[in-house]
Ligand binder design. Structure first.
Ligand code: UD1
Ligand code: UDP
Length: 368
């Protein structure tokens, strides 16, 4: 094997799909290791099927657990696969526990490590994602930064310039590849009885929000109050983690918010593209709304995607109910038409070119 791609969760499957496609096109000998961090169909196989990805070569079936149970088990299992496959390069993407495990296991073996989506920083070490992305960046050999700002953070941490490559974010490749298909094929608006431009989309699943009863309750309250003031329907595809917490905390979903199942990628893209406004604590959703031209309100205290705020696509409002109502009101009044800061949709090709894999197409690094 030349390249081993390690992934484990919904956002990694979506953002590595363009890289896997590019490996296929270039006929690179690659393998995919799925840690099994996500295993429910709605977070996992639905994306392999819809994005027409080959089944993973290895599924480690690690599943859920505490931070270190999950990460430790993944490190051991990934190491065993890598010792067997002896790849020249291991690619990981993003900031989940699967990424940290892949970077640590590969970083100690005789292979190179590439971190896709390197250099993002929220500067909030209470989030597991921040710890994961910082450590993965420092274990890697190639840091594929989506933007100049991300590259700048890496330089400030003392990483050599020649180990930092600005490639754009592969989410642009995925959105460009599937947006039109979603518009043509998805019936989700009809199925949910929604009118384009007349509803809000909500996602909330981050540990810092849904594992804290007060924060989760305040978040739902703020969104419900905005819904009733603006008279907009709100649909909320509920992540399994949030579902589990709603039940454990005995929280009632406000009438103004309609919970729905987690959506597949085409239906979710369609919802994001046609929503009046998106409210979210997701990283990927902050990027996608920015790319698609839909205003975003981020239900967090900080973001590692400040580019979305700087171009005017996103505002950070926290989970205080009053703050959510005010922020959403302002976002509604704002003009859209900003520039997408995350690249031109050729990030996957650029990543393979930089790693010296296959035919070098004519895409240079992005400089923004
Ligand atoms: C993980 C990432 C988070 C990312 C999210 C993407 C870490 C630390 N967190 O969070 O950054 O935004 O993925 O969606 O890596 N569960 C299921 N089915 C599954 C997976 C999880 O029901 O397939 C439930 C279980 O109750 C589990 C809980 O969700 O305990 C949390 O799963 P976990 O893998 O710990 O993290 P996520 O919340 O999914
Ligand atoms: N997504 C999806 N269906 C949903 C919710 C999200 O397909 O019901 C996609 C979304 O398009 C984005 C990714 O999942 O590409 C974001 O994943 P998530 O919010 O779980 O994780 P994060 O980006 O916060 O790590």
């Amino acid at each position: 094997t030349t390249v081993t791609i390690v992934l484990g969760t919904r956002p990694e499957i979506i953002k590595l799909a363009p890289v896997i496609d590019a490996c296929e096109e270039r006929e690179i000998a690659y393998s995919v290791v799925h840690t099994g961090q996500h295993y429910s169909e709605e977070l996992d196989t639905v994306f392999f099927d819809q994005l027409e990805l080959p089944a993973p070569d290895h599924n480690l079936g690690v599943g859920s657990g505490t931070q270190s149970e999950q990460t430790g088990a993944m490190i051991q299992e990934i190491e065993a696969v890598l010792l067997d496959e002896q790849p020249e390069l291991v690619l990981v993407q993003g900031d989940t526990n699967s990424v940290l495990a892949g970077a640590i296991a590969a970083g100690k073996l005789d292979c190179e490590v590439g971190h896709v989506e390197a250099g993002l920083r929220s500067f909030d070490r209470t989030m597991p994602e921040e710890v994961n992305r910082v450590l993965a960046d420092h274990a890697a050999d190639y840091r594929f930064a989506p933007t100049e700002q991300a590259a700048g953070y890496l330089r400030e941490e003392g990483i050599a310039d020649d180990a930092i490559h600005v490639t754009g974010n592969t989410i642009v490749d995925a959105v460009m590849g599937y947006r039109d298909l979603a518009a043509a094929k998805s019936d989700v608006l009809d199925e949910l009885d929604l009118d384009a431009g007349d509803f809000c989309l909500l996602t909330a699943h981050r540990a810092e929000n849904v594992d804290d009863r007060e924060r989760f309750s305040s978040l739902l309250d703020g969104v419900a109050r905005f819904a009733s003031e603006s008279d907009l329907d709100v649909v909320y595809p509920v992540h399994p983690r949030a579902n589990e917490r709603l039940a454990a905390f005995d929280l009632t979903m406000p009438d103004e918010i309609t919970p729905i199942d987690s959506q597949d990628f085409l239906d979710f893209l369609r919802l994001e593209s046609t929503a009046t406004l998106v409210l979210t604590d997701s990283g990927g959703v902050q990027e996608e709304t920015c790319i698609l031209g839909t205003p975003c309100v981020t239900l967090r205290d900080n973001t590692e995607r400040p580019e979305t705020v700087d171009v005017g696509a996103n505002r950070i409002v926290g989970v205080d109910a009053d703050g959510i109502v005010t922020g959403a009101r302002e976002a509604l009044a704002e003009q859209n038409g900003w520039e997408n800061p995350f690249g031109d949709g050729h990030s996957a090709e650029r990543i393979l070119n930089i790693a010296g894999l296959g035919s070098a197409a004519s895409v240079g690094e992005v400089h923004g």
